[in-house]
Design a protein around this ligand. Structure first.
Ligand code: NAI
Length: 259
């Protein structure tokens, strides 16, 4: 809640993609806790409904809509329906996937294309659908979930880093295009966050526990991040507190990239 006791998203509508788990779920819960009606979307309908239950258990407002972000027409349909029914103030393009660690030459082209489709085209599709609405109402905030991997090189993660670097720079372009209409676009660049996507990385290692400890040791804060910490940053960028912030990539990496 804000210092005034009212949530920062009172009477607002926020749509979050990939909100059945991890960072997306934490973000949906955070925005709802601050007053937003949250449209939880995901390909995972069971997880998505669970997110809505978590929101409603606290007396807050949410609804689930099944949505695959790679399907541009479906994204347009859901975004337009939500906007017609309730309006649209915040879009969080969070849905994203990782893949089994492989060098560039060992990565299957189909894997590369799938990662691009979800991580890049998904973000593009969300913006393509929401921006005309936000521009015409002359307000709105978009937050795209990029990654620390969009800022630095990560061996055996070429497809992932390719997409996250693209999301970061795409966000800057969107911000430049939309700024004159009073619409803001920002990105978050999380380091290693404790979600199923993060766990999948460790489970591929020979000794997952050792790999985790080694990873934690590399971070000046000596721990991995939590989804709620990313949700805090997303909520800030989506809120009026960030009214003069646009085209920014907010790094949440426990100090990794500066050390
Ligand atoms: P997660 O695997 O816990 O959640 C991702 C969600 O996206 C899942 O609910 C999944 O069903 C959904 N999803 C996957 N493909 C989809 C599609 N085509 N359409 C709609 N939904 C789809 O992962 P996590 O960690 O919460 O990831 C969220 C975002 O954060 C992703 O964009 C990821 O790349 C990014 N990120 C994650 C980091 C981490 O260490 N966990 C670090 C930096 C960025």
């Amino acid at each position: 809640m804000s210092s005034t006791g009212r949530g920062r998203f009172e009477d607002e509508v926020a749509l979050v993609t990939g909100a059945a788990a991890g960072i997306g779920r934490a973000t949906a819960e955070r925005l709802a806790a601050e007053g937003a009606h949250v449209v939880v979307t995901d390909v995972d309908s069971e997880g998505g409904e669970e997110t809505v239950e978590l929101i409603e258990e606290k007396g807050e407002n949410g609804e689930f809509r099944e949505l695959d972000v790679t399907n541009a027409e479906a994204v347009e349909g859901v975004v337009e329906t939500v906007a017609d029914e309730r309006g649209l103030d915040v879009l969080v393009n969070n849905a994203g996937i990782g893949y089994e660690a492989r060098s560039v030459e060992e990565t299957e082209l189909s894997t590369r294309d799938r990662v691009i489709d979800v991580n890049c085209n998904g973000v593009w599709n969300g913006c393509r659908a929401a921006l005309p609405i936000m521009k015409s109402q002359e307000s709105g905030a978009v937050v795209n979930v990029a990654s620390l991997g969009g800022m630095i090189g990560l061996p055996k993660q070429a497809a992932y880093t390719l997409t996250k670097g693209a999301v970061l720079n795409f966000t800057r372009t969107v911000a430049a295009e939309c700024g004159p209409y009073g619409v803001r676009a920002n990105a978050v660049c999380p380091g290693f966050i404790e979600t199923s996507l993060g766990e999948a990385f460790f489970s591929q290692q020979e000794d997952p526990e050792k790999a985790r400890r080694r990873m934690e040791a590399q971070y000046p804060l000596k721990r991995l991040g939590k989804p709620e910490e990313v949700a805090d940053a997303i909520a800030y960028l989506a809120s009026d507190e960030a009214s003069y912030v646009t085209g920014h990539g907010l790094v949440l990496d426990g100090g990794y990239s500066m050390s």
